[in-house]
Ligand binder design. Structure first.
Ligand code: SAH
Length: 345
């Protein structure tokens, strides 16, 4: 076997060591104050040195790091072993702790017309280590810079379509849930709507039931198809039927199903659009809608004005739909989640 994952590499390198050593090593990767293998003080020094020489402690390297003027948002461009690059974001959240936004692929095949990542096409899937190490990268960054808080939330809303990298994303979720103090309801996986995978999840005993967000962006099949070419004729009815099954199986106070809705000027922000959305959402059940201000990426689209967004939100509220509006953060460094662009910082 050609070892690929860090765990496999460690197992091969230390095949003669007792099992508890391997466990200690796995735990060390997430321990406070451990910056590299040499810091793992409960391991004998020769072992630490061996690991230090043979296995990278972390699979991502900081390339560029930008901080927003208000110091609330940090965006890192990370290099991978093969020199491809991904972006990841650290944001202060309303609870005073941090939310991180992680990438699941290098580039993306979905080609949503408003999304900067879509223009890159898909380069490759990220490995489990590369996904988990975005968490570890920010944990080490917080410690090194004494930012004084912990990562409480994780959103899979960076580059890529998480459900198109299903096995690695699933394993990364299980690793994070097993090795860190981030709770299952504090993680959100966002999808452009890969229905076969979503159907599979309903019956996959190994899929941890973190929160789900589906990027809807329009309840009109023609508009949605224009915005998201991955959409197809019976996408909306299939999503509705999936949504009902999901809510029946997993819906409770802690498990919301959220539809994300980017507000694009004169594209999907009229009263008619709102009414269509209300009708669609209500046909499914207790789905929450999160309105997202469009982060300008090119001249194809303009963001909806504040007034239009407020009116849209009010129409949804008046019709009994639970609706929230996403705060826009890190605009000055183009760091808003889901706007992870190919441009270097
Ligand atoms: N592929 C997944 C996850 C990555 S995108 C998905 O589609 O959900 C994460 C979120 O950011 C999605 O809701 C996406 O539609 C949104 N997004 C992409 N580009 C954006 C932009 N320019 N402004 C605001 N939100 C954007």
């Amino acid at each position: 076997m050609n070892p690929k994952t860090r765990q496999e590499k460690i197992s091969v390198l230390l095949s003669t060591e007792p099992k508890f050593r391997i466990k200690q090593i796995q735990e060390a990767l997430f321990k406070d104050g451990v910056k590299n293998w040499l810091d793992v003080s409960n391991l004998p020094l020769p072992l630490r040195t061996k690991l230090h020489e043979k296995i990278p402690f972390i699979s991502v390297r900081e390339n560029t790091l930008n901080i927003s003027a208000d110091q609330s948002t940090f965006k890192a461009l990370l290099s991978l072993e093969d020199d491809l690059e991904i972006e990841t974001v650290l944001m202060r959240n309303s609870k005073g702790s941090f939310t991180i936004c992680v990438s699941s692929q290098v580039g993306c095949a979905m080609r949503c017309s408003f999304c900067a990542t879509g223009t890159l096409g898909l380069k490759r899937n990220l490995t489990v280590d590369e996904i988990v190490d975005q968490y570890r990268f920010w944990k080490l960054y917080i410690e090194k810079n004494n930012l004084g808080s912990r990562i409480s939330n994780i959103v899979y809303m960076g580059m890529g379509e998480p459900l198109a990298n299903y096995e690695a994303v699933k394993e990364s979720l299980n690793t994070i849930l097993n090795k860190t103090d981030v709770g299952i309801t504090k993680i959100t996986v966002s999808t452009a709507g890969v229905i076969p995978r979503m159907e599979h999840i309903l019956n996959d005993p190994d899929w941890p039931h973190v929160r789900f967000a589906v990027s809807l962006h329009s309840a009109n099949p023609y508009v949605r198809n224009k915005l998201m070419p991955s959409s197809y004729e019976d996408f909306l009815p299939r999503l509705a039927s999936w949504g009902k099954q999901y809510l029946e199986a997993f819906g409770n106070r802690n498990h919301h199903l959220t539809f994300e809705y980017i507000m694009l000027n004169s594209i999907n922000d009229s009263k008619k659009d709102a009414l269509e959305l209300i009708q669609y959402v209500k046909s499914i059940g207790d789905v929450k809608v999160n309105l997202i201000p469009y982060n300008f990426t090119d001249f194809l689209f303009m963001p909806s004005t504040e007034e239009v967004m407020d009116a849209f939100q009010q129409t949804l509220k008046n019709n009994g739909v639970t609706v929230t509006k996403r705060r826009s953060r890190g605009d000055d460094i183009a760091a808003a989640c889901g706007q992870l662009a190919k441009k270097k910082c």
